[in-house]
Design a protein around this ligand. Structure first.
Ligand code: MOS
Length: 688
């Protein structure tokens, strides 16, 4: 949702997105994707492309500038003749016009030495290994007690395997960059979730001092994690601009995004739960099988939420990953928690059925007093309140516990059911700085390299700054979206608002103290305060900090066709202080809609023959549309989170998607008696 501050700019088209910045003399670059999934480039013939009028350069591994350092192999563009996945950028054409660049890219002739590829994840893949850590730096495996022995003797057990498909972040604005060099300094207009991080990483790629790269991101049309780190498009624009000595524009097409801008890897997850006769968990195990590319290790942390959700004396979580000849997976809204909680919360529903306990009651019964693995106290934990509040609002009481077959009305072919699932996401903040100045004339300037990716960041930060300064919002000029401003955390990991507002409030308070020390007078030269929060974060007490939520879904399933509709979705969240209620509601329901989309539609289908995702556009990759969303509501309970800075915001970008797919799958089971363990819940799976 757009904030009230910049909403008018966005709806009138005044707001500029990366590709729209006017840059004099810009040329265009178009990438050539690999058509094999594994092998080597044997030869490249660029003569036909170069012969086209308007073509300025063809960049290939043979002539590309050497990049001194990257750290991220996805950014080491054209540095090798090896092909790691189909769709990987292997060459590029720079031309005077976009059309010429595209036409010429199609005329670059590449001969490959193709090798047999492997693009299929299985639970028994011989290449599965234990990574040193899982994203971003979680322990790979954990264990408490003796799971195997406890599970073997538990009177009621669930042992089920769940699958989630590859899913692609599809922000409205595809990745795009404009690069312009002035000598050895580089200016980038970029669609990024983090100008500071992007500037640092691109500087490293080109071997520049971090101060030599400036990244400007005035407005960004969504990211969902895909724009959390720079992608090939940024390097491509900068490299092409370097080669031709002119500014260059680079836009990634929707189909190209399916290869080069990250996605959620498919997962296979085995969950085992054992309870004693009164429904208390005694044994709990979550084993994750995941894939990454040969280029780069990224292991989705799908079992981490299981580590803190429910009490059980005997427990284990594991992650295994295999390197396949596939595009590199990455962050997609709630990496880890999102697919992981589909598995755990589906399994909890199966357990509720197996032991005849209401699924809300089962979750409340297994609420831990402290973190069940580390023993840390929770800074605040309100899952039970969310479940109770949601059950009351949703009208959960009196629900028929038996699954299927409940007709919507006499003679109706719609079967109806309801389901519940819990939600959670870590509450964290990351190092950020802010600068605040007061002028002699009563105006204030607040500067931080935050970025608005469509969430209404300007609206939230203005409200925070106005409150902290004790002045009206109209007295403040807020500057964000530029790496030249004080460095800040990315808009990601549900940490944007929490981190930025912490730094902004700290700077505002420090400025107010300066003003107070001068008896309220601001000198003609003005006053400035800058604040950093890294030390405050390091000093946080050793507590477990999470947001929680409860998702309730009502579904209708067509008994003849298997069509699933979701007439009602309710999410109740406990996420610390809610800074900006309109934007927060939109974030929560946005996450829930994405969860609905995950439950019913989203699936990047891998073609094993070519090793690629053929449904790589919005015709083939289905995303929930307005007509899929009916009565959807998100509410929150007031929660005091005293530890996470002066604002006490826990972050809300991701908790909304977590658990939604499980709530819907559980409701489908309730309606039909069919348990779908592999997403999405397609018609054919219900009819088979
Ligand atoms: Mo989020 S997937 O950390 O942008």
């Amino acid at each position: 949702m757009t904030g009230r501050v910049d909403g008018p700019d966005k709806v009138t088209g005044r707001a500029r997105y990366a590709y729209e910045h006017p840059v004099d003399g810009a040329a265009y670059v178009w990438a050539v994707p690999s058509v094999i999934a594994k092998g080597l480039i044997r030869s490249i013939d660029a003569s036909a492309a170069l012969a086209l009028p308007g073509v300025l350069a063809v960049i290939t591994p043979d002539n590309a500038p050497r990049l001194p350092g990257t750290g991220d192999p996805e950014l080491a563009l054209f540095q090798s003749r090896a092909v790691a996945y189909r769709g990987q950028f292997v060459a590029a054409v720079v031309a005077d016009t976009l059309e010429t660049a595209r036409e010429a890219a199609g005329q670059v002739r590449i001969e490959y030495q193709q090798a047999a590829h492997d693009v299929t994840l299985t639970q028994s893949h011989p290449g599965l290994y234990k990574p040193d850590y899982v994203n971003p730096r979680y322990e790979t495996d954990t264990a408490v007690g003796d799971f195997d022995s406890a599970f073997a003797v538990a009177p009621v057990r669930v042992d089920a395997t769940y699958r989630t498909p590859a899913e692609h972040n599809n922000p409205m604005e595809p990745h795009a960059s404009i690069a312009a060099w002035q000598g050895d300094t580089l200016t980038l207009y970029d669609a990024t979730q983090g100008p500071s991080r992007a500037a640092g990483q691109i500087a490293a790629v080109f071997g520049l001092d971090p101060s030599a790269v400036r990244v400007i991101a005035e407005h960004v049309g969504g990211g969902f994690g895909a724009k959390g780190m720079p992608r090939a498009n940024v390097v491509l624009a900068a490299m092409a601009a370097r080669v031709i000595g002119r500014p260059v524009k680079c836009a990634v097409t929707r189909p190209q995004m399916f290869a080069v801008t990250g996605h959620r890897a498919p997962s296979i997850q085995r969950v085992r739960l054992g309870v004693d006769p009164d429904g208390r968990l005694v044994a709990l195990c979550h084993d994750v099988f995941d894939q990454t590319s040969t280029l780069k290790e990224f292991t989705e942390q799908s079992a981490v939420a299981t580590r803190h959700m429910y009490a059980a004396p005997h427990r284990r979580t594991t992650h295994r990953v295999v390197r396949l000849d596939v595009p590199t997976p990455s962050w997609m809204r709630a990496p880890g928690e999102c697919p992981g909680m589909f598995a755990l919360e589906s399994a909890m529903d199966e357990l509720a059925s197996a032991c005849g306990i209401d699924p809300v009651d089962l979750r409340i019964l297994n609420e831990p007093a402290v973190h069940p693995e580390t023993g840390q106290p929770f800074s605040s934990r309100n899952l039970v309140s969310c479940l109770r509040e949601g059950a009351a609002r949703f009208g959960w009481a009196g629900r028929d516990p038996a699954p299927g077959v409940r007709r919507h009305g006499p003679g109706s072919r719609w079967l109806t059911g309801t389901g519940v699932a819990a939600s959670t996401y870590p509450a964290r903040a990351m190092a950020s700085q802010a600068r605040v100045s007061a002028s002699h004339f009563g105006r204030y300037q607040v500067s931080i390299a935050a970025v608005d990716i469509g969430t209404g960041a300007r609206t939230a930060l203005l409200a925070v700054a106005a409150e902290a300064l004790g002045v009206p919002e109209t007295a403040i000029d807020l500057r964000i979206g530029d790496s030249a401003l004080p460095p800040a955390m990315i808009a990601g990991g549900s940490m944007g608002t929490a981190s930025w507002s912490w730094a902004v409030v700290k700077a505002c308070r420090s400025l107010r103290e300066q003003v107070r020390a001068r008896d309220g007078a601001v000198p003609p030269g003005g006053l400035t305060a800058q604040a950093a929060i890294a030390a405050d974060i390091d000093a946080l007490p050793d507590h477990a900090r999470y947001s929680f939520g409860a998702q309730f879904a009502e579904v209708r399933v067509d008994a003849d066709t298997g069509e699933v509709r979701v007439p009602r979705l309710l999410g109740v969240f406990a996420a610390g202080r809610i800074v900006s209620p309109d934007q927060a509601r939109s974030q929560f329901i946005g996450g829930m809609i994405m969860g609905l989309s995950m439950a019913l539609h989203e699936e990047s289908a891998m073609d094993p023959e070519f090793g690629d995702y053929p449904n790589h556009d919005l015709a083939g990759y289905h995303i929930a549309a307005h007509a899929d969303v009916q009565d959807i509501e998100a509410v929150w309970i007031d929660e005091d989170e005293p530890e996470l800075g002066p604002i006490g915001a826990k972050g809300i970008g991701e908790v909304g998607i977590v658990g939604t797919a499980a709530a819907i799958a559980n409701a489908v089971y309730h309606a039909t008696g069919s348990r779908v363990r592999d997403l999405p819940i397609r018609l054919d799976k219900l009819l088979s």
